[in-house]
Design a protein around this ligand. Structure first.
Ligand code: S3P
Length: 175
């Protein structure tokens, strides 16, 4: 079983995905970390040196490689991955996609604490960040909405509540 965790930056894809994988005894893969290891470079450096178009091509290629060489995992994707190069269709064809949904305001509040390592929002003021999240989320909704499962996550709730919600949803799909 391949499970892909999707969602905007800051919704907790990596943190929650890791905990969910532990509970389900599935291998956990963090796509951004895999990409950094693969390239020997941080995501920020890839954006700075080569730009977003190149980064999206790397994502596309690595996604296919990971899927071709693994068939049992929970993978947390980068926030933009499903929205480029037919990656969402590809993931839907090869496993279950789970969209961790939250609203722009909650996401912007969450991201306010951690813009540094994220090149698309680095250096933005609070109001610029809010505007960026609103605009980008409304563009990306079209893709995220095509996930096979949509789960509303409460970014204010404790992690356990969200982990249980995701685990229970996956169990229903597996059974
Ligand atoms: C991106 C999200 C990031 C990372 C890159 C681009 C995006 O991942 O892939 O900075 O386009 O939303 P996280 O969602 O894990 O922060």
């Amino acid at each position: 079983m391949r499970i892909f965790i999707l969602g905007f930056m800051g919704v907790g894809k990596s943190t929650l995905g890791r905990l969910v994988a532990e509970q389900l005894s599935l291998r956990f893969l963090d796509f951004d970390m895999l990409l950094e290891e693969h390239q020997g470079m941080s995501i920020s450096d890839i954006f700075t040196r080569y730009g977003e178009v190149y980064f999206r091509k790397l994502e596309h290629d690595l996604l296919r490689e990971v899927v071709q060489t693994n068939d049992h995992f929970i993978l947390s994707t980068g926030g933009g991955l499903p929205c480029f190069h037919h990656n969402l269709e590809f993931m839907n064809d090869h496993g279950q996609t789970i969209y961790l949904k939250s609203d722009a305001e909650a996401i912007a509040n969450r991201l306010g604490h951690s813009t540094g390592s994220r090149p698309l929002i680095a250096g933005k003021s609070v109001s610029e960040l809010r505007q960026y999240v609103e605009e980008t989320l409304s563009r990306r909704n079209h893709y995220y909405a095509q996930a096979s499962i949509v789960i509303d996550v409460d970014l204010e709730a404790n992690k356990e509540a969200n982990v249980n919600l995701i685990v229970n949803t996956i169990r229903q799909v597996i059974d």
